[in-house]
Design a protein around this ligand. Structure first.
Ligand code: ADP
Length: 366
């Protein structure tokens, strides 16, 4: 890193990273940067740089009016997403299903143009507990399918003036049709298109939902065939029938079992300095209930321990090493970190039961 870039990284990290174990520090004129912090910061800076280099001019030219222009900065071209299927541990069945349902039709539309049987699917739902990789899958899918990626949430369409929600929704679809192949990722789809709010639902929200559904139904042209609505939710039971019907493939992204936790851990720890014969199997066994995201947080916490020890040692000795060498990570680092990073408590047994029941009734896989 150049000095200028290092300062940018530190500045970014201080503004954006909440967890103190990720924060950089400067001691005795030296900069200490947890590896995770560095990686995240560099990625974000790259994002910012690519965003400024992005051929926004082309996208801008595509946008017909101010409503379509609202989505220009939300589009990420496939080459710039930066996540592939290989970066996702486990979930092989889900990747396989998505390959058939999405990647093939987007990459080889000519194979799907005859008859009705092999029509590409226009709506897919990924559902499951939080932190299981649904968003990651959506991004990787766009990369693998060579599709543009637009991510929206409820507030993308409703944070504007109420009257605008309907026009914005229409613009989203008209703009997307110019970007095909494209994946429109609707995170927390239940909050955008959840069960009707009854008497308390705002008239504008109701109209926006109706507009969304009818624009979705209207995707019939040849290029529109390469527009996919990919919804994700932790609460599929909040979706009403009209939405469920439009998401004919509903894929359960479950918490990983021990074998799959091992695969995910290998992704996170593959390039780390681990003790010889590191017991992945043991670690996978003692992390029952952890999601992929929990496992990542556990790994970050564990990776910080050797750094902490080194800093403490330097403080004791009153001097900083010119070329500090961190000791390898041990299984014990992870076991000790479990008290700090447990499985997400938000997903209790009752919610898991509800999800499994919904999967039996409406879903596939898991
Ligand atoms: P969700 O959308 O299901 O709530 P995310 O996709 O946002 O979960 O996952 C959060 C983070 O957890 C990801 O950015 C990634 O670092 C990690 N993660 C979760 N599942 C996996 C997995 N199967 N393989 C690799 N990383 C994962």
């Amino acid at each position: 890193l150049t000095k200028q870039k290092a300062e940018k990284v530190v500045g970014w990290a201080k503004n954006h990273l909440l967890s103190s174990c990720l924060l950089p520090s400067i001691k005795g004129g030296r900069l200490y940067l947890p590896r995770e912090c560095l990686e995240i910061a560099i990625l974000r800076l790259q994002d910012q740089e690519t965003a400024s280099r992005k051929p926004t001019q082309n996208l801008k030219n595509l946008a017909k009016d101010e409503y379509e222009s609202n989505f220009v900065s939300a589009v990420v071209p496939p080459g710039e997403i930066g996540v592939r299927f290989d970066d996702i541990g486990a979930l092989e069945d889900v990747k396989k299903a998505l390959n058939e349902l999405v990647i093939l039709p987007m990459r080889r539309p000519e194979l799907f143009s005859r008859g009705n049987l092999l029509r590409p699917c226009k709506g897919i739902l990924l559902f499951g507990p939080p932190g299981t990789g649904k968003t990651l899958l959506a991004k990787a899918l766009a990369t693998e399918a060579g599709a543009n990626f637009i991510s929206i949430t409820g507030s993308t369409l409703t944070s504007k003036w109420f009257g605008d929600a309907e026009k914005l929704t229409k613009a989203l679809f008209s703009f997307a049709s110019k970007l095909a192949p494209v994946i429109i990722f609707v995170d927390e789809v239940d909050s955008l298109l959840g069960a009707r709010g009854g008497a308390f639902e705002h008239e504008a929200t109701r109209r926006m939902r109706n507009e969304f559904m009818s624009a979705w139904d209207g995707l019939r042209s040849k290029e529109s065939q390469r527009i996919l609505i990919l919804g994700a939710t932790n609460r599929p039971f909040d979706l009403d029938d009209a939405v469920i019907r439009r998401l004919p493939r509903r894929i359960y992204v479950d918490l990983p079992d021990a074998e799959n936790r091992m695969k995910i851990l290998r992704i996170f720890l593959g390039h780390e300095n681990l003790e010889a014969d590191f017991q992945y199997y043991e670690l996978a066994n003692v992390t029952e209930g952890y999601s992929g995201s929990d496992l990542k947080n556990l790994c970050i916490a564990a990776a910080y321990r050797p750094v902490q020890e080194l800093l403490e040692d330097e403080t004791k000795r009153g001097q900083n090493d010119a070329a500090p060498v961190l000791r390898p990570l041990t299984l014990e680092d992870f076991i000790q970190s479990k008290s700090k990073v447990g499985p997400s408590v938000a997903y209790d047994a009752a919610s898991m039961n509800e999800l499994r029941k919904w999967n039996e009734q409406y879903g596939e896989g898991g």
